[in-house]
Write a protein that binds this ligand. Structure first.
Ligand code: NI
Length: 132
């Protein structure tokens, strides 16, 4: 494989984070690390821009003591009942619940469902993984 050499300028803090992350992931080659980050970035863009049916996993962690959090999360899932095809619920601590939703359909719609869930009061984290 031929490669091209480029020079980039980045803030020292960002470079420090890159090197720390490389050590954690046991990367020895900065070019390989940057290439892999770019590939992951493009792969997510391609997933989002893709036509046809896509599959995504939305993971949310929430505090089930927050008033109406469960109602709101359930409402969103019912509003998108044709797209949200499976859910997994795990009680991870006295207060916290983890819910993983498998969504199948238009990528933009899946992203909007994830954004709606992320905005619910009581939801501490929400991530969308592009599966297929
Ligand atoms: Ni629970």
């Amino acid at each position: 494989m031929t490669v091209k050499r480029i020079a980039v300028s980045i803030e020292p803090e960002l470079l420090e984070k890159l090197e720390k992350s490389m050590r954690r992931r046991v990367y020895r080659n900065r070019s390989k690390a940057v290439s892999d980050v770019l590939r992951a970035w493009f792969s997510r863009d391609e997933w989002a821009a893709g036509k046809g049916r896509r599959v995504g996993a939305i993971s949310i962690c929430y505090d089930h003591h927050t008033p109406r959090v469960l109602d709101r999360i359930t409402d969103i899932q019912h509003e998108h009942g044709a797209t949200v095809i499976a859910t997994l619920h795990v009680h991870i601590s006295h207060r916290e619940c983890l819910e993983v939703l498998v969504a199948k359909g238009n990528a933009e719609k899946i992203r909007k469902i994830a954004d709606s869930l992320a905005s619910v009061r009581g939801v501490k984290s929400c991530s969308l993984s592009a599966v297929a």
